[in-house]
Design a protein around this ligand. Structure first.
Ligand SMILES: *Cc1c(COP(=O)(O)O)cnc(C)c1O
Length: 389
């Protein structure tokens, strides 16, 4: 029965239903704040936590549930929650696991905004955040206190590139009932199998390789343990961690080509790193596949690839003004944060101010090797090195 309606109501309501059975490779993009229930009973029976019903846009749509399931599968996990950025994903973990009186351990080379969040929790929320040497391995046992609830790891650190011994850290943590979270952004879940090495929570900045387009911000938190997932789900819900449907679509669109892109970044970065290693201006190449990099042996044991991100340390005879001129002179390497897109990026870091224990005096510069022809990139750097003189 068609109910009579005025033109104004026709502008709002339609009776048309598209035919069922449409099929195509891309998943549908479902936009929603309000989600509709068939009737009151359906509204009352759904549980957003179980992902067996749709209740509100913030709690998931077919678009976000599908992306979550795919990301969990890639990491060999069971559960996944999306966050509006990688940093938001980190915050979701901290707020799920830490309360006043608790202690969290972070590697001294941790992604700096994660360190900043730790400082904030320490200053204003009654949590203590302490920092450990990323190469500490089983020595972490001595730092764990009865109130330590969470250990963050990052493999490798995304500026100074130390590779931690995850199995050793996880063993010491689990013997004391402490949860280990891994920031697995560097290897996109492709080159490092975090759950196999013992970690409990894997966090990803999907902003990087998953997107691949330098155009989306998103994060993910992946787990195997249902109890841990439930705690994270509550944090996710209470903090209002929604992601846009179009953004979820863009991330999903990047997945099929991610391995090919990652391997291309990896091959080019290793070529450039080898070229830089032979240069007299450079004292250390901080790339986990190179022997100069602290934790190189662990990388060989635990990783199956490397991606496009690495750093170098310039000889200490070069001043910051000189290395700034080098960075400014680059044409294909643009100055900017992040990585994982097609464009090469460069960033100088004042590493001595970021770290408690940094020894090198030379300037650290980080490269993200994009998808340009590697010979053009090497020529770009060779030209810019001329500015050091
Ligand atoms: C980029 C990045 C993040 C944060 O991701 P955003 O989406 O930029 O917030 C976290 N950890 C690491 C190692 C990253 O590189």
């Amino acid at each position: 029965m068609t109910i009579p309606k005025s033109l104004q109501t026709t502008l709002v309501h339609t009776d048309y239903q598209a035919p069922e059975g449409f099929a195509a490779f891309p998943g549908a993009i479902h936009h929603a704040s309000t989600v509709l229930f068939k009737n009151v009973a359906a509204m009352r029976s759904g549980d957003w936590k179980e992902k067996n019903a749709y209740t509100y846009g913030l709690h998931g749509t077919p678009t976000t549930f599908t992306l979550e399931a795919r990301l969990a599968e890639i990491e060999d996990g069971k559960h996944c929650l999306l966050a509006p950025s990688g940093l938001a994903a980190i915050a979701m973990v901290d707020f799920a696991l830490l309360k006043a009186g608790d202690d969290v351990l972070l590697p001294d080379n941790v992604y700096n905004p994660n360190r900043e969040l730790g400082s904030w929790l320490s200053a204003d929320f009654g949590v203590t955040a302490r920092y450990y040497d990323p190469l500490i391995g089983e020595g972490i046992a001595a730092l764990i206190q009865p109130n330590t609830k969470l250990i963050w790891t990052e493999a490798p650190g995304s500026v100074s590139m130390e590779v931690p011994d995850l199995p050793a850290i996880c063993k010491a943590a689990h013997e004391r009932g402490v949860v280990v979270a891994l920031d697995n952004t560097w290897s996109a879940g492709l080159a490092l199998r975090g759950f196999e090495l013992g970690v409990d929570i894997i966090m990803q900045a999907l902003t990087k390789y998953q997107s691949g387009g330098s155009d989306v911000l998103m994060g993910a938190v992946i787990t195997r343990d249902p109890a841990l997932h439930e705690r994270l789900s509550l944090s996710h819900m209470r903090l209002g961690m929604g992601v846009g449907a179009d953004d979820a679509y863009l991330v999903a669109r990047g997945l099929p080509t991610m391995r090919l892109r990652f391997d291309a970044h990896d091959a080019a970065a290793r070529k450039l790193a080898a070229w830089l290693q032979a240069r007299p201006e450079i004292t250390r190449v901080l790339h986990p596949a190179f022997t100069d990099c602290p934790g190189h042996e662990i990388w060989k044991r635990d990783f199956s690839g490397a991606g496009g991100l690495f750093s170098v340390v310039f000889d200490e005879r070069y001043t910051e003004a000189q290395t700034d001129r080098f960075v400014d002179a680059l044409k294909f390497f643009k100055i900017g944060y992040s990585w994982g897109g097609a464009n090469s990026l460069v960033m100088p870091y004042r590493i001595q101010r970021m770290r408690n224990d940094w020894q090198d005096k030379g300037i650290l510069v980080r490269f993200n090797v994009g998808l340009e022809d590697i010979n053009d990139l090497i020529a770009d750097i060779e030209r810019a090195l001329g500015e050091l003189q």
